[in-house]
Design a protein around this ligand. Structure first.
Ligand code: ZN
Length: 114
């Protein structure tokens, strides 16, 4: 991978980290809405709890991805970046464009069942 390509992916990761951080803040705000409009309605309370669970899951997913992006950011200037950790083949650039935090090529990812 050329230095220009590394700089390119570094920029992509920076943007995604910023976007994801913002998204996480939005999800947090949804999990912990401002108190005051409190309701004693049981049904509303249950649906709020269900919604909260969905937000918790989204929050967990987003946090995991943010961590992977931060790891990738630290590695983008090393020879390790863009190389499949399983088969050591270069990960296609088109895949890195979509998922700059990729550690595996598509074939290895599929083989690992995800
Ligand atoms: Zn591979």
């Amino acid at each position: 991978m050329s230095p220009e390509q590394r700089a390119h992916f570094k920029a992509i990761i920076e943007v995604q980290v910023a976007e994801l951080s913002e998204e996480i803040e939005t999800i947090k705000a949804a999990i912990y809405p401002n108190k005051g409009g409190g309701t004693s309605d049981k049904v509303a309370h249950i649906s709020f709890k269900q919604e909260q669970n969905v937000h918790f899951q989204r929050h967990a997913e987003a946090t995991k991805r943010l961590n992977r992006l931060k790891q990738a950011y630290l590695k983008v200037d090393t020879a390790e970046y863009g190389v499949c950790q399983e088969c050591e083949e270069a990960i296609p650039l088109a895949r890195l464009e979509l998922m700059p935090e990729s550690l595996y090529c598509v074939a290895c990812m599929n083989e690992m069942g995800r």
